[in-house]
Design a protein. Structure first.
Length: 442
C-alpha cells in the first residue's frame, strides 16, 4: 500500500493482497472504511442499509479464521455492497419499495453465500430504484454532482464511485448495470446470460434478469464475478461450471485484439458530445478497430425486449404493486401495459430472444469484441430520471456479455462509458480485452 493512498482508494485485487499478506491490518482497514462511510454516505445516499455492528461481526469471524492458521479465502476481508433486491440474512431486503419495508429474509441468496464463502464482507445493502425498475431513488452521482447516477443499480454504482466499497453487486433487466457504471465513471460488467444463479434475487423479468458487478478495473470485476459464477443448473438442464476469469484477464493477449466499432441504429439519438468522443476514439484506435454498421433490423430488439420484459413484470411484480398504495405511477403503468400483452406476441418475442445471440456469431469470427457507446451520452441533469437504457437493450436481449469502461468524458468532465460486447461465454477473453483497452486508452 502506498503511503499516500487512502484505504477507500484501494481496489479489489490490491486490497485482498494487502489483507492476506498482513501488509494492511483487517481491523485497521475496516475502521478506516467505517469512517469513510460515516463521512460520505449521508451525502451520496448509496446505502439503503448499513450497520457497523453487522459489519464488525463478519470481520471478527474472518479474523478468527486468520488466527486459526488456515488458508485464507481469495476475497479475504473485501467489503462488497449488495443491491437491495438481493436477499441477505443479516440485512433487510426491501426492493426500494415502500410496501416491502421491514422485509428480512432468513437466508442469503446463493450469490451472497458464495461471496461470504470467499471471505467477502457484506458491507451494506445499496439503494435500488423502486422494484429495480425506472422510478428513481435518492442516490446522488458522486462523479457528476447534480446528475443522475443511473438505475436501477443506482446505489451500487455510486458506492463504488465514491469509495464506499471497492466492489458492488447489481442486477440488469435492460440497462441497469451498464448505464449506472457509465454515468458514475466506473467499470460495470454484465456476464453472459445465466452464468450467475439469480435465486434469492427479486424476479422482475426472469428471462432477462441478470446479476452484474461494479468495480474500478477489469481485473477487479473478474476477481469478484468469478466467485459467483457457476455451480448451478439452468432450467434447460445445462450445467454452468465455474470460470477462471481473473487469470485470463491478467494475461497479455496473444495478439493485439481486433475491435469492431458499432454505432447501432440509435446513433442519431446520441448526445453530440458523445458522438464526438467516439469519433475521436475511432481515430485513436484506427490500427486495431474498424467501423462497421449493424443491420438496421437489430433495432427490432427494442420492442421485442419490451414485450418480454413487461409481460413478465406484470406477472412477477403485480402482487407487490397492488399491495402498496404508495407505488409509483411508473411501476403501475408497466404492470398495466404488461397485462395487455397477448400470449402470442410474448411467445414470438421470447423465441427471438433465444436466437438473438447466434446472429452475432459471424462478427465474433472476425473480431474479439464490439465497441459501442454504453449510453446515449453523459449523465442527464437531475434525479427525476435514471436515463435511457436503449444502448444496452440489444445486448441484453441477446444475452451477450458486456463491460462499460470509463474511458471518455465531455469537456466539462462528465463521464462517458465505452461498452465492450463479446460472444456468449466469451467473458474471460472479453475482460482481458477490456484490461488491454484500458491500458491503451488511459
Amino acid at each position: 500500500m502506498e503511503a499516500s493512498e487512502q484505504v477507500h482508494e484501494i481496489g479489489v485485487t490490491a486490497l485482498v493482497d494487502h489483507l492476506r499478506t498482513g501488509r494492511l491490518g483487517l481491523h485497521d482497514y475496516t475502521n478506516g472504511m467505517h469512517q469513510h462511510t460515516e463521512a460520505v454516505d449521508p451525502t451520496i445516499k448509496a446505502f439503503a442499509h448499513y450497520d457497523r455492528q453487522t459489519v464488525d461481526m463478519q470481520v471478527e469471524r474472518l479474523d478468527a479464521a486468520r488466527q486459526a492458521g488456515g488458508a485464507l479465502p481469495r476475497l479475504f476481508g473485501l467489503p462488497v455492497g449488495i443491491k437491495d433486491n438481493i436477499d441477505t440474512a443479516d440485512y433487510p431486503t426491501e426492493f426500494g419499495h415502500q410496501g416491502s419495508r421491514g422485509r428480512t429474509p432468513s437466508v442469503d441468496a446463493l450469490l451472497v453465500h458464495k461471496l461470504r464463502q470467499a471471505g467477502a464482507v457484506i458491507w451494506a445493502k445499496t439503494r435500488t430504484t423502486e422494484l429495480a425498475y425506472m422510478h428513481p431513488t435518492v442516490t446522488e452521482n458522486p462523479r457528476a454532482p447534480g446528475h443522475t447516477p443511473g438505475g436501477s443499480s443506482s446505489g451500487s454504482a455510486a458506492a463504488v464511485a465514491s469509495g464506499l466499497v471497492p466492489a458492488a453487486v447489481g442486477t440488469q433487466t435492460n440497462g441497469s448495470v451498464i448505464r449506472p457504471a457509465s454515468f458514475c465513471g466506473i467499470y460495470g460488467y454484465k456476464p453472459s446470460r445465466g452464468l450467475i444463479f439469480n435465486g434469492g434475487v427479486l424476479k422482475c423479468a426472469p428471462s432477462l434478469d441478470q446479476v452484474g458487478v461494479f468495480a474500478r478495473s477489469a481485473q477487479d470485476l473478474a476477481a469478484v464475478a468469478e466467485v459467483m459464477i457457476g455451480g448451478h443448473q439452468q432450467e434447460s438442464g445445462q450445467l454452468i461450471f465455474p470460470m477462471n476469469l481473473l487469470d485470463v484477464c491478467e494475461e497479455e493477449p496473444p495478439l493485439p485484439p481486433r475491435l469492431m466499432f458499432a454505432r447501432t441504429p440509435f446513433w442519431d439519438r446520441m448526445d453530440p458530445r458523445s458522438q464526438a468522443a467516439f469519433e475521436a476514439l475511432l481515430q485513436e484506435l484506427g490500427d486495431c478497430m474498424v467501423d462497421n454498421d449493424l443491420p438496421i433490423q437489430v433495432g427490432q430488439a427494442v420492442p421485442w425486449l419490451k414485450t418480454v420484459m413487461e409481460a413478465e413484470m406484470a406477472v412477477q411484480l403485480q402482487p407487490l404493486v397492488d399491495a402498496d398504495a404508495q407505488a409509483s405511477e411508473v411501476s403501475r403503468a408497466v404492470i398495466e401495459r404488461g397485462a395487455q400483452i397477448l400470449a402470442g406476441d410474448y411467445l414470438r418475442a421470447h423465441e427471438r430472444m433465444q436466437a438473438a445471440a447466434s446472429g452475432f456469431s459471424e462478427y465474433f469470427d472476425h473480431f474479439d469484441a464490439i465497441v459501442t457507446p454504453a449510453t446515449l451520452g453523459p449523465p442527464p441533469i437531475g434525479l427525476a430520471s435514471t436515463g435511457d437504457p436503449i444502448m444496452s437493450t440489444l445486448w441484453t436481449f441477446a444475452g451477450l456479455p458486456c463491460i462499460s469502461l470509463p474511458l471518455l468524458q465531455t469537456e466539462e468532465g462528465l463521464p462517458i462509458g465505452v461498452q465492450l460486447v463479446g460472444p456468449v461465454r466469451g467473458d474471460a477473453r472479453l475482460l482481458r480485452t477490456a484490461r488491454w483497452l484500458a491500458r491503451r486508452i488511459p
